[in-house]
Design a protein around this ligand. Structure first.
Ligand code: NAD
Length: 255
């Protein structure tokens, strides 16, 4: 008989979610935990208090969760983190490359330090984390990698030159990693969300936020939980035949 419903279960899976001390990463950690995954919470030492709170809140729900402080842009820290996750959890089934930073700037006035900082976290970081988890995922014959791209990779948004370039690069990394690992039971996909209610957006003046909201067909920013549900889908067995895909989540069509 045909199976009608594929439930987005991630029972007994181990998920490493980068930048999960707050915002979308934290929401993704909870979405995965609610469906049965154990969670390796990653964030930078600067954000260790919030990351510790994420771990404590997950544990209060009975979830196995551990904290791994590491800067995703540093190869030695990433390698040590992934080795430690595998040592403590026995494996890593799901990697969510969520950690990211944003610095605005016009291309004709580009500041190389700002460019390098954004590239390091948003593009080098996911590459290093992906490289670090792949040997174990390939050996286990199973893996789910979800990369957090952005609307800015898909349409030109004024002032986002550094950020948009990294998020577009991440789509390239997603597609190539998908093709290279498709024979090993590993799927690699990207989310390209529009605007979401987190610290990253809420630092902008209200008039600027209102102007952005006016461009969204649903006339509101997304809640982090709404992005987390999409990440859960791509991290689950329900997405077994979906790889190299980019899911645009913009409250309506932009492209
Ligand atoms: P946020 O600033 O609230 O959270 C980002 C998290 O990443 C923080 O916990 C931060 O400490 C962590 N982080 C930063 N640098 C790190 C590093 N080097 N190593 C490890 N962790 C690091 O932002 P958010 O809105 O939750 O963003 C999460 C992801 O979603 C980012 O990749 C962002 O680019 C993307 N995104 C956000 C929006 C939005 O509107 N908020 C839209 C599209 C995509």
């Amino acid at each position: 008989m045909m199976e009608a419903v594929r439930i987005m279960k991630v029972e007994n899976r181990v998920a490493l979610v980068t930048g999960s001390g707050q915002g979308i990463g934290k929401a993704i950690a909870f979405a995965l935990a609610n469906e049965g995954a154990s969670i390796a919470v990653n964030d930078i030492p600067f954000n260790k208090d919030k990351a510790g709170e994420t771990v404590a809140e997950l544990r209060a729900l009975g979830v196995k969760a551990e904290l791994f402080l590491a800067d995703v842009s540093k190869e030695d820290q990433v390698d040590a983190m992934v080795a430690s996750v595998i040592e403590q959890f026995g494996k890593v089934d799901i990697l969510v490359n969520n950690a990211g930073i944003n610095k605005d700037g016009l291309v004709h006035k580009a500041n190389l330090d700002n460019w390098n900082a954004v590239v390091a976290v948003n593009l080098t970081g996911p590459m290093l984390c992906t490289k670090a988890v792949l040997p174990s995922m390939r050996a286990n014959g199973y893996g789910r990698i979800v990369n957090m791209s952005s609307l800015t990779a898909r349409v030109g948004v004024f002032g986002t030159g550094y950020y948009a370039s990294t998020k577009a690069g991440l789509i390239g990394l997603t597609k190539v990693t998908a093709v290279e690992n498709v024979s090993k039971g590993i799927t690699v996909n990207a989310l390209a969300p529009g605007y979401i209610n987190t610290d990253m957006m809420l630092k902008y003046p209200k008039e600027q936020l209102d102007a952005l909201i006016a461009t969204i067909p649903m006339k509101r920013f997304a809640d982090p939980k709404e992005i987390a549900d999409a990440a859960l889908f791509l991290a689950s067995d329900a997405s077994a035949y979906i790889t190299g895909a980019v899911l645009d989540i913009n409250g309506g069509s932009f492209i």
